[in-house]
Design a protein around this ligand. Structure first.
Ligand code: DAH
Length: 340
């Protein structure tokens, strides 16, 4: 036998000791190598017959094998005992704090949409739906938006190869609803909208709107102002003010833009409202008679109001968010702060 063979045997012994996962397995390794009839005593016995030049190295390696293996076996035994003690049933420590489990919560955008559905439900509105992929007709033509209107620009609209587009607003749902049923109509339509906007603190290429439409006899601007103000105060609290500013939309006449007073600073001016005290929510107005004609309603017998609402804008003042991108990052630390 050569000295080098003992070195190899040592390596094998140490590997087996490391792999042994139970006290019994460790004992098997010990018996195999160090036991009375084990491999090491065998080597020692053979030492006297070995080549004289090999003997000193053989003796040294055999000793190393014995000591290193014994030490490793002892270390492994202690570690296994410790692990067994921790998992033993009687080691249960009733004073340890409970395990913390991360709960999910509704996303702020979903919460505003759900709250809006509930609030408008009490005002007699049902929920309507329309496709995200729209035709030019529903997104623009039927809404009295002429072919040269700037909102049709390729800069604003995602056009698909099929000639369809990703809706730039929820307003096409108005048309689909009126086409499908006679007046009176009272619906809201929450959903995603898409525009080729460069993302920044207040813009996103994908955002949410809630469309509203109320058509009947003698529906007036006063109804529009009253219902939007009622909604704002039910959603944000009685202190919220709403202001209406004259504006232009092709599908309403007259048209307004409207703002909610900033809930974060109480209207004094802050980072969220860019120091103005107000947040622009979206547009609204009295349904343009030309739109009624397109869907086959008689503008002589019905009137109606319509509005859009930017859900992200409402989220910003409701939750004090100064950057719209936080709503899409899915950063758990942010979402947990808003969880209810
Ligand atoms: N669709 C408009 C937009 O995205 C918002 C809007 C304005 C909706 C007036 C309406 C309305 O229903 O009557 O800018």
């Amino acid at each position: 036998m050569k000295a080098i063979a003992i070195l190899a045997l040592k390596e094998a012994a140490l590997i087996e000791a490391r792999a042994a996962g139970t006290a019994e397995a460790l004992e098997q390794v010990r018996i195999k190598y160090l036991g009375r009839k084990g491999l090491l005593p065998d080597i020692m016995k053979g030492l006297k017959d070995a080549d004289v030049s090999e003997r000193p190295a053989m003796g040294r390696y055999a000793n190393e094998l014995k000591q290193e293996l014994a030490a490793l076996l002892e270390k492994r035994r202690a570690a296994l005992e410790k692990a067994a003690a921790v998992s033993a049933p009687d080691s249960f420590d009733a004073t340890l704090p409970g395990r913390w489990r991360a709960f999910g919560a509704r996303h702020p955008i979903s919460r505003i949409i759900e709250d809006a559905i509930r609030i408008f439900d009490t005002l007699g509105f049902t929920v309507a739906d329309g496709p995200d992929i729209e035709t030019e007709y529903y997104n623009f033509d039927a809404l009295n938006t002429p072919a040269d209107h700037p909102s049709r620009d390729t800069q604003d609209t995602f056009w698909l190869e099929s000639g369809q587009l990703l809706r730039t607003q929820t307003s096409p749902v108005q048309i689909r609803v009126m086409e499908s049923r006679p007046p009176p109509v009272r619906i809201i339509a929450p959903g995603r909208c898409y525009r080729r906007d460069t993302t920044d603190a207040t813009h996103s290429a994908n955002f949410h709107q809630i469309e509203g439409l109320y058509v009947g006899e003698r529906v007036s601007m006063a109804d529009l102002k009253g219902d939007i103000t009622c909604f704002a105060q039910r959603l944000m609290g009685p202190g919220v003010k709403v202001r209406f500013r004259p504006h232009f939309f092709p599908f309403t006449e007259p048209s307004v833009e409207y703002d909610f007073s900033c809930h974060v600073c109480g209207g004094k001016g802050c980072r969220v409202c860019k120091q103005s005290g107000w947040i622009e929510i979206s547009g609204a107005g009295m349904v343009n008679p030309k739109v009624f004609t397109k869907v086959g309603y008689d503008p002589e017998t019905v009137t109606g109001y319509a509005f859009g609402m930017g859900v992200e804008r409402i989220a910003m003042i409701r939750y004090g968010i100064h950057d719209i991108r936080l709503l899409y990052d899915n950063d758990k630390r942010f979402l947990e702060q808003l969880a209810q």
